[in-house]
Design a protein around this ligand. Structure first.
Ligand SMILES: [Cu+2]
Length: 270
């Protein structure tokens, strides 16, 4: 087996460069995660990024979880799949797929010129299938659970968000703001932010990769906590603000880039 030196800890995309972007759009892509050899902050908090790439601002975010009065609860936990999620966005143009399936050759430029997606995916799933519902069949549960963040107040969760498609997405989330931790530079190397914005909507251009932290904090506008009239679990939606990803095919979400996240209990239930 050939050896190679892993790059700095972070989130990467692999894809087939043949006739770009044809094979990538047809599905030959995936996530490649590098765990840091040394990812802790100087203060000892685990992070998913190599210490050498930490900025003081990113270290401060990870050091705040479980310590700062705003974030009672736990620190981010490395190696816990419930606290480390992948959201890999992609799109399908079913007319182009049908032409390829019928044996027609399509150039990458012809694909770009004709591209009109009608299905929008997270990890290859769309709409209803991207979250767990009472009616979700047991065979479909694991894939939905891999997407949907679930935890208690005070369990910060990493979302490794990537866009392997051609459509620019505008991911929007309810309930909490996310901390935008990383982007990739022009050569694809991830770097930590020096100004960590709180986002309730963030842009995902083609081939963008952004590591986001969903803090699982008390929703900032809740007047009574824990709420008395709206019982736990609290369920919130993430949906894309790029309109065609919500209304394709005349649908209201079914083919769309959408999922849920769920806060199962307040902090005192630890
Ligand atoms: Cu909304």
């Amino acid at each position: 087996m050939p050896d190679f030196v892993a790059p700095v800890g972070g989130s990467y995309l692999y894809h087939d460069p043949y006739e770009p972007p044809l094979n990538r759009i047809l599905g030959l892509h995936g996530a490649f995660i590098v765990d840091p050899a040394l990812g802790t902050t100087v203060a000892g908090s685990a992070t998913p990024f190599s210490r050498a790439m930490h900025t003081p601002q990113i270290a401060a975010v990870f050091d705040a979880f479980g310590r700062h009065p705003r974030f009672p609860g736990e620190r981010w936990k490395a190696g816990d799949p419930a606290r480390d999620k992948l959201w890999l966005f992609s799109q399908t143009d079913s007319a182009i797929n049908a032409r390829v399936a019928a044996g027609y050759r399509i150039s990458g430029q012809a694909l770009i010129d004709a591209f009109l997606p009608d299905y929008f995916h997270i990890n290859g799933l769309s709409g209803f299938d991207t979250a767990v519902h009472d009616t979700t069949a047991s065979v479909d549960r694991a894939a939905a659970q891999a997407i949907e963040p679930v935890g208690k107040q005070g369990q910060p969760t990493l979302l490794r968000v990537m866009n392997a498609g051609l459509c620019t997405h505008s991911a929007h989330i309810h309930g909490n703001h996310l901390f935008e931790c990383t982007e990739a530079d022009a050569s694809g190397v991830p770097y930590c932010e020096t100004n960590v914005y709180e986002r309730d909507v963030w842009v995902m251009r083609p081939m963008d990769r952004k590591d986001m932290i969903l803090p699982f904090e008390r929703p900032p506008d809740v007047p009574v906590w824990p709420p008395r009239e709206e019982p736990f679990p609290l369920k919130y939606v993430m949906h894309c603000h790029t309109e065609m990803s919500q209304t394709a095919g005349g649908g209201n979400y079914p083919q769309g880039l959408v999922t849920h996240w769920t806060m199962t209990s307040p902090i005192y239930a630890f």
